[in-house]
Design a protein around this ligand. Structure first.
Ligand code: GLU
Length: 416
């Protein structure tokens, strides 16, 4: 039987490989490969039937070296502390690679929100945020959405924190609804940033996007907007999927209709005019661009050889295992790594936090221009580092990011 996938082991393996490559000071390496704080909480929730159920939740702060910890909160039955630790570490590298002044954090609750009522989700969200608020704050750790969490949930969490504080505290969380201090463009920011990195990669490869075949695995917020952006650039979205399965249409899927269908039936499967395919098949379809936009560990040593795409843009966190990475790179595919490809979300979260603290709001044009500049510059820094160091883009991005965090750690020194 295959060993159970451990995202934390994978995250540390990635760091160890780059530390060796850049001859990182062994002490700094030890600091970077461990999380700064991990908090486990029990969350009692009164369910609709009157019973009390206790859920387990986590908040991990991997680093506060470059600024407050930043990163989302996920609600999913497969959440584990090991996963949250990995996701928190990836946030540190993500914020560093795009040069925004944050460390990395992540949180999660083991639950299945798809089987809970809105009232149960609200009570879970509020009590969870209350429990982790011991280490949360606008200058300490600023959460945001992640898998299965929404702006409405951010609003409940912001309200919980504000009630506890006795004053409105909107800057403690990002991706809030616009009415309470959200930022324009935040809902599509992850996809928009990812799209800019695909544009930049396609330019380097002299591969015009028009007419290119795209597969999007995962049809949540990032997946849907990815399909929309790529369609807007003239690509054909030949397949999309969600946890229930995938759909295929050689002439191109109507991405808006797929979204409506998912809203109504909770899945894209069954959309008129499309053929059902399995979640395994979708990754192996003949296409030019593959966008994993769901969870970790989808491109593995078992299927990497069958992946046909020339560009793989990781809108999800951790979708490719290190073994799969090697196979894809050996095949000549360009993998735009998660810490760069999906950094648009946290970048616009940063814009939201900055605007909120200034009390001055930018229009959408401002947001888009600032995001594009950051993504283009970060892509160029990664691409150039990879070329100089003769390595793949993930290693290039890690070199950029880890050097930045290591420099700050050295400058600040070890306290006391
Ligand atoms: N959950 C998103 C991520 O993985 C966004 C985090 C944020 O905006 O803080 O990057």
């Amino acid at each position: 039987m295959a060993a159970k996938f451990n995202p934390w082991a994978m995250a540390q393996e990635q760091v160890d490989a780059v530390a060796k490559r850049i001859k990182l000071d062994p002490g700094i390496h030890q600091v970077l490969r461990n999380p700064r704080r991990t908090l486990t909480v029990s969350i009692p929730v009164r369910m609709d039937d009157g019973s009390i159920k206790v859920f387990e939740g986590y908040r991990v702060q991997h680093s506060l070296a470059r600024g407050p910890a930043k990163g989302g909160l996920r609600f999913h039955p497969d959440v584990t502390l090991e996963e949250v630790k990995a996701l928190a570490m990836w946030m540190t590298w993500k914020c560093a690679v795009v040069g925004i002044p944050y460390g990395g954090g992540k949180g999660g609750v083991i639950c299945n929100p798809k089987k809970m009522s809105q009232g149960e989700i609200e009570r879970l969200s509020r009590r969870f945020f209350f429990e982790i608020s011991a280490i949360i704050g606008e200058d300490i750790d600023i959460p945001a959405p992640d898998v299965n969490t929404t702006p409405q949930i951010m609003a409940w969490m912001m309200d919980t924190y504000s009630m506890k504080s006795g004053y409105p505290a909107p800057h403690v969380i990002t991706d809030k609804p616009l009415e309470i201090g959200g930022s324009l463009g935040r809902n599509k920011a992850t996809a928009q940033g990812c799209f800019y990195t695909i544009q930049a990669a396609a330019k380097k490869l002299r591969m015009p996007l028009k007419g290119k075949k795209v597969v999007v695995q995962g049809y949540g917020n990032a997946g849907f907007f990815m399909a929309e952006f790529l369609k807007g650039a003239g690509c054909k979205i030949v397949a999309v999927s969600d946890s229930q399965g995938g759909i295929y249409k050689a002439t191109g899927i109507d991405v808006a209709a797929a979204k409506k269908h998912k809203e109504k039936t909770r899945t894209v499967v069954g959309l008129k005019g499309t053929t059902k395919i399995s979640n395994a098949e979708i990754l192996e379809i003949n296409c030019d661009i593959l966008v994993p936009a769901a969870l970790e560990n989808v491109i593995t040593k078992d299927n990497a050889r069958k992946v046909k795409a020339k560009i793989i843009a990781e809108a999800a966190n951790g979708p490719t295992t290190p073994e799969a990475d090697k196979i894809l790179n050996a095949k000549g595919a360009v993998v735009i790594p998660d810490i760069l490809a999906n950094a648009g979300g946290v970048t616009v979260s940063y814009f939201e936090w900055v605007q909120g603290r200034m009390g001055l709001w930018w229009d959408e044009k401002d947001i888009t221009e600032r995001l594009k500049k950051i993504m283009d510059d970060s892509f160029a820094a990664t691409w150039d580092t990879a070329a100089k160091e003769k390595c793949d883009m993930r290693t290039g991005a890690y070199i950029v990011a880890m050097k930045r965090v290591a420099d700050v750690t050295k400058l600040r020194g070890i306290w006391p």
